[in-house]
Write a protein that binds this ligand. Sequence first.
Ligand SMILES: Nc1nc2c(c(=O)[nH]1)N[C@H]1C(S)=C(S)[C@@H](COP(=O)(O)O)O[C@H]1N2
Ligand SMILES: [Mo]
Length: 388
Amino acid sequence: MRHSHRRDLVIGSAAAGLFLLAHGDGMAQAQEGARVIPWTDQPPPVPPPLASVARNLTSWENLDSWITPTDRFFEVGHYGWPEIDPASWQLAIEGHVDAPDRLSLAELKARPRQEVTFTLECSGNHGLPFLVSAIGNARWAGTSLAEVLRQAGIRDGAKEVVFFGADRSEEVLRAGTPIELRFETNFARSMSVEDAMNPANMLCYEMNGQTLPSAHGAPVRLVAPGWYGIANVKWLQRIVVSETRFLNRFMARDYVTVRERRQGDQTMISETSVGPQLLKSAPARVLSAAGSHRIEGMAWGPTPIAAVEVRIDDGPWMRAALVGEDGGAFAWRFWRLDWQAQPGEHRITSRAIDTEGHVQPAMDDPVIAGKRTYWESNGQVTRAVRIG
Ligand SMILES: Nc1nc2c(c(=O)[nH]1)N[C@H]1C(S)=C(S)[C@@H](COP(=O)(O)O)O[C@H]1N2
Ligand SMILES: [Mo]
């Protein structure tokens, strides 16, 4: 336990012994005698039209292991849930390249293998009342995207790399007007050539040591560590190197963050495509054992987590202890704070601080308060609990 902060000493002492077993393997459940006190502000169920888009949301109380088991990992599919025959599947590499190629799954698996532990968060997480646990941390394995692109030979003048999924649906522009346009299109997202060539990116065929399940994009998905979920294109079918920018629904119409900003004495609106992950944390659960309490949660973001602070009701910020695995640049950190709780209703808020001193913004920070869309909601998360 860290004692770098004075308030730590006050909070950390008496209850510490009771919870010692809790994080030996990162599992809160492994702890004898400790009981989870469910939050009183439970999210409503995903409303029917979206329940087939965002599935398998596991409550924060049950996201209790550092690696999220695949059967508790949330799933998002905007254009349905394709089942692809891995034996006949091929990945096309085409567009502005010297040597267009088609790669089978066996050929991809024969290439050098790489792995990463990456916490995948949907950019809508915490932006909608029913979407508050669209996050999970998994061990992903595959082969380098950059090496496949290098082999195809990106030609001068290329701007972007576009990733097409096999999932397809109809899109409508100017709906309900005399100049409405309907067309069928595949799910796709693009990245600048520079971002695509990041050595962390992989063509992924394994999740948590098993064959990538179809709900998570089998046979092969893009894993783009450090990016919000939307960039991690599932059911990959074609990778097209492009000389122009690619502006589909998932780059430029939806998945666009609309923000009001003060610019001198004017208010301006900025509209930006959902991008890399942002600094964030959330309280995950409150545990109780023999009259003592402990708050546990996670923190993640683009830069290493230096500290997490927790506030109870309107009290002072208290430093939590970072615990469990430090799984590298792309994985969440678990944290905990022992708590001498008084009976009654309480609000628990956490904020992450990175090694560069950035602090996760409060909900009334202009960067969050000025946001008109639910994407990229990295404001501080407050949960409610009743201590009996
Ligand atoms: N082909 C395809 N890839 C996709 C999506 C999709 O609808 N189709 N959804 C994206 C979004 S919004 C998220 S949050 C992640 C979710 O990944 P998971 O289902 O493995 O959790 O997949 C991304 N990749
Ligand atoms: Mo998402």
